[in-house]
Design a protein around this ligand. Structure first.
Ligand code: ATP
Ligand code: MG
Length: 363
């Protein structure tokens, strides 16, 4: 069976790695000739809205999916009549506009930071009056890894900020002084069957995910699951979906969702009964879902902008290394490390060791 994937980055690569044991073969479409999933399947290089390439992606495929949101919605929609396509384009359409995404959260009764659309200096000032300072400005589309985001600290900075902001539709958000960031990775099968991984607790550095730690039996998981469930039901969703949240006291505020496998679920490769990648494939192919139960204490650390020393990392018991085969650029995600341990204390100690090795390679 052939699985077509729009996007050929590390998520596509890890989907393929999870799919090989199931006898699946892969075809990828990406604009970059050196996309890191390409060695794992048939490579199509070009634009995401090229009808000829989309035709080739879909030809004979059992299903088409995507691993990246910043792709042509029209291109994806054009595939729908030709080949089974999951998750549905309606989820992608909402995801491609941060305003629609926040409005959907509100519609579904999922709390968020206060927000306002901004297309003029006047709207920026109105938003500031309502949201206060600091205030976060985000481009409504095309953002990822903290790109396309600015923080405005005070009223006096508004004029200069407006002159520097790009002339594209923006979303202003109240800045949340959260206690922690968490996410829930959910999966829904074609028959409506649902499963949830344990809550992940996440730490970002300069807007980019650095570490993700599985928190089984976390008291916040029930509400996070309930919010994710509303999204799954709303979209009649098939596949993996991740929901990122800020925790403030006992409250969870939704930040964003991702209609795909997610960086905060990478720990599931070694740390859960069935990985998010395998479960995404099972879901979109109409197979039964696998168990999402964690296997021991587990955490994940991203390798950002530097290749780590494999010898030193793999010398730490319980450590697994994933390198994506991507060219190294500053702050780029080039791999990740999974750390498994017998208990939380042991995990904490190993996490410190891994961080020290990664920091040494940054020096
Ligand atoms: N309103 C906010 N208040 C406080 N911190 C925020 C806010 N919005 C974003 N952040 C911080 O910036 C990070 C990245 O923001 P967000 O998830 O919206 O952007 P992104 O570029 O889509 O990120 P990614 O693709 O890495 O998930 C968040 O995880 C959080 O740490
Ligand atoms: Mg995010």
């Amino acid at each position: 069976m052939i699985v077509g994937i729009l996007g050929g980055g590390q998520l596509a690569r890890m989907l393929a790695l999870a799919g090989f044991p199931l006898g699946l073969t892969f075809r990828f479409l990406d604009q970059a000739a050196d996309a890191c999933a390409f060695p794992l399947g048939e490579a199509l290089v070009g634009r995401f809205d090229d009808p000829r390439l989309l035709e080739r992606l879909a030809a004979g495929a059992a299903v088409v999916t995507y691993e990246f949101e910043n792709i042509s919605l029209r291109g994806v929609e054009s595939l729908a009549p030709r080949v089974p396509l999951h998750p549905a384009p309606r989820a992608l359409a909402v995801k491609q506009d941060r305003l629609r995404e926040k409005q959907l959260f509100a519609e579904l009764g999922i709390p968020t930071a206060a927000f306002a659309p901004v297309t003029s200096e006047d709207e920026l000032r109105q938003a500031a009056k309502r949201l206060g300072f600091p205030m976060v400005l985000k481009t409504r589309s095309q953002g990822y890894d903290g790109k396309g985001q600015w923080i405005i600290g005070e009223e006096g900075a508004l004029g200069q900020a407006w002159r520097r902001l790009p002339r594209v539709p923006l979303l202003a958000e109240q800045f949340i002084g959260f206690d922690r960031e968490v996410s829930i990775v959910a999966v829904r099968g074609a028959s409506g069957e649902e499963a949830y991984y344990p809550l992940a607790e996440n730490v970002h550095r300069q807007g980019i995910l650095l570490t993700s730690r599985s928190r089984p039996a976390d008291p916040a998981a029930t509400i996070a699951q309930a919010y994710a469930q509303r999204l799954l039901a709303h979209f009649d969703y098939v596949g993996v979906l991740a929901l990122e949240l800020f925790q403030v006291g006992g409250r969870l505020l939704a930040n964003e969702f991702a209609p795909r496998v997610h960086n905060t679920g990478h720990w599931t490769i070694e740390g859960a009964e069935t990985s998010q990648f395998e479960n995404h494939l099972r879901a979109i192919l109409g197979f039964p879902l696998g168990a999402t139960a964690p296997v021991g204490a587990v955490a994940m650390v991203n390798c950002l902008g530097k290749l780590p020393d494999p010898r030193r990392l793999l010398g730490i018991p319980g450590v697994h290394l994933h390198l994506y085969g991507k060219a190294v650029r500053p702050r780029r995600k080039v791999g990740h490390v999974t750390i498994r341990a017998a208990d939380e204390g042991d995990l904490e100690a190993k996490l410190r060791e891994v961080e020290a090795v990664l920091a040494a390679c940054e020096a």
